[in-house]
Design a protein around this ligand. Structure first.
Ligand SMILES: Cc1ncc(COP(=O)(O)O)c(C=O)c1O
Length: 417
C-alpha cells in the first residue's frame, strides 16, 4: 500500500530544502570590494568586464565577447549588427520568453513563428523551412532549457537561404552541441545573466561571435556608436549606452570560476533524473538527441500526458508541490498569444508589417500543447544538489502516479465542497 499524498493529508516526500540560488561567497566579496575601493566602477575604467568578456568568450569557443546590460538588448544589438533591416522577417520559436520576440520588434524586424518539436522542445527545422519567405533574413534558435537546438539542420537552411543565425543562448551557459560550445554555433549568440540564470550578476548579458566585423559592429553599438581610435565625442551609428558596470563584471568573474563545476553537476543530475522519470507511464522528459553533448539544465522540462499518467498536469503540479518539490507549468500560452502580438501593440515599430500581419492566425500546436496542458519545469538550482535529491524528486513523481485515482477524486471532492 503506497503512502497517502501530502496534498491529501499524508507525509511529504521532501521536507529539507533543495540547493539555493545564487551561490556566492568570499571570492565574490573580494572582487566586489576590490572594485569598490579601486574607484573604477565603469566598464571603460576598470579591468573586470574586459577580463570577463575574454574568459566567457574563450569558454564558449569564441574570439569575441561584448558584455551588455541584459539578454534582451544583446539580441537586439546582434540583429542590428547583422544588418537586419526594417520590415524583414526573423524566424523564432513560440516556446520562449517574451524577449526573443520583443528584441526582433525593437530592431524593426518582423517575428515569424515556427513551431517546436514536441520531444526536444526546440525549433523544428521542418517548421523553420516552411516559414521561410523572400523577406526572411534571420533565424533565432533558442537553446531552450539549456539544450542546444538542432543546429546542423538550422545552419544548413541558413546557408541555403543566406540567412543570419543568432543563437538565443540565454539558458545555455556551458552547454555543448557535438562537443562545440553553445554560443559558437551560429553567426552570433546572446546570453543572459539575469537573476535566475545559470550564471548571474542580477542582470547582464553578452554577445559572442567569431566574426571580426560583427564583433566590431556590436562593440560600437553597445558603446554609443564609438569606434576604436575615434574621438570620445565621435558617434558613427545609431546606438546607445549598453555597457555593463565593473561591479557586475566582478561578480560575473567569480561566478564564472564556479560555472564549469556547476554545469557538470547539473548535467549529471539531469541525465540521471531523466532516465528515472522516463520509466513512469505518461512522463516524457525532454528528449536528448546524441548531438546534445552537454545540457546546461537551466530548466529540467518534461511532458505529462494526462491520459497515460491518469491525472491532468494541474493536479500533478499541486501534488508534487505538496510533496515538497518546487515545480511549475512554465509559460501558460505560446508567445504569439501575448497581447502585444495579438493586438499588434508595437508602438512606433513595424508600421508597414503591422498592416499585413495577423498573429491570430499563427498556429503552433506543439508549443500550445506544452504550454496549456503538458509541460512541467524544475529549476536549475535543484540540480546543484546530490543524487539523493534526484531520488526524492523521482519518488515524489512515483507517489503521485501511484495515487493518481485518489488525487483526482480528492481534488474533485475538494472542489465540490
Ligand atoms: C530564452 C530567453 N531569451 C532572452 C531572455 C532575456 O534575457 P534578459 O532577462 O537578461 O533580458 C530570457 C530571459 O529571461 C530568456 O529566457
Amino acid at each position: 500500500m503506497s503512502q497517502a499524498l501530502a496534498l491529501l493529508g499524508g507525509r511529504p516526500v521532501r521536507t529539507r530544502p533543495f540547493a539555493s540560488w545564487p551561490v556566492f561567497g568570499k571570492p565574490e566579496e573580494k572582487r566586489v570590494l576590490r572594485t569598490l575601493r579601486s574607484g573604477k566602477w565603469g566598464r571603460l575604467d576598470g579591468p573586470e568586464v574586459a577580463e570577463f568578456e575574454r574568459r566567457f568568450a574563450a569558454m564558449h569557443g569564441c574570439k569575441f565577447g561584448i558584455a551588455v546590460v541584459n539578454g534582451t538588448v544583446s539580441l537586439r544589438i546582434g540583429l542590428l549588427a547583422a544588418g537586419i533591416r526594417a520590415e524583414e522577417e526573423v524566424i523564432i520559436p513560440p516556446y520562449t520568453f517574451f524577449s526573443t520576440g520583443s528584441a526582433v520588434v525593437e530592431a524593426h524586424a518582423v517575428p515569424v513563428f515556427a513551431d517546436i518539436d514536441l520531444e526536444t522542445f526546440n525549433l523544428d527545422p521542418e517548421a523553420v523551412e516552411a516559414a521561410i519567405t523572400p523577406r526572411t533574413r534571420a533565424i533565432i534558435p533558442v537553446h531552450f532549457a539549456g539544450q542546444p537546438a538542432n543546429m546542423d539542420a538550422i545552419m544548413a537552411l541558413a546557408r541555403k537561404h543566406k540567412l543570419v543565425v543568432i543563437e538565443d543562448a540565454a539558458h545555455a551557459h556551458g552547454a555543448s552541441y557535438r562537443n562545440r560550445p553553445a554560443g559558437s554555433l551560429g553567426d552570433l549568440a546572446s546570453f543572459s545573466f539575469q537573476s535566475s540564470k545559470n550564471l548571474t550578476a542580477g542582470e547582464g548579458g553578452i554577445i559572442t561571435t567569431n566574426n571580426d566585423a560583427l564583433a566590431r559592429a556590436c562593440r560600437s553599438i553597445h558603446n554609443c556608436g564609438r569606434v576604436p581610435g575615434g574621438l570620445w565625442y565621435e558617434h558613427h551609428v545609431i546606438s546607445g549606452n549598453y555597457r555593463l558596470s565593473e561591479f557586475q563584471g566582478a561578480i560575473l568573474n567569480s561566478q564564472l570560476d564556479r560555472l564549469e563545476r556547476q554545469t557538470r553537476t547539473r548535467d549529471r543530475n539531469g541525465r540521471y533524473l531523466a532516465v528515472r522519470l522516463a520509466r513512469l507511464p505518461g512522463v516524457h522528459p525532454q528528449e536528448r538527441p546524441a548531438y546534445c553533448t552537454r545540457h546546461s539544465y537551466h530548466l529540467f522540462m518534461l511532458r505529462v500526458d494526462a491520459k497515460e499518467f491518469g491525472a491532468p498536469r494541474s493536479a500533478v503540479l499541486k501534488a508534487l508541490q505538496a510533496e515538497g518539490i518546487p515545480c511549475s507549468g512554465g509559460y501558460g500560452f505560446s508567445l504569439q498569444y501575448q497581447p502585444m502580438f495579438q493586438n499588434k501593440a508595437f508602438g512606433p515599430f513595424l508600421p508597414k508589417a503591422s498592416a499585413r500581419l495577423d498573429y491570430r492566425k499563427t498556429r503552433c500546436p506543439n508549443s500550445d500543447l506544452l504550454c496549456r496542458e503538458q509541460c512541467i519545469w524544475l529549476e536549475q538550482r535543484l540540480f546543484l544538489g546530490s543524487r539523493a535529491d534526484m531520488d526524492d524528486i523521482t519518488r515524489a513523481f512515483e507517489k503521485v502516479r501511484e495515487n493518481r485515482a485518489r488525487l483526482c477524486n480528492g481534488l474533485k471532492a475538494k472542489g465540490a465542497k
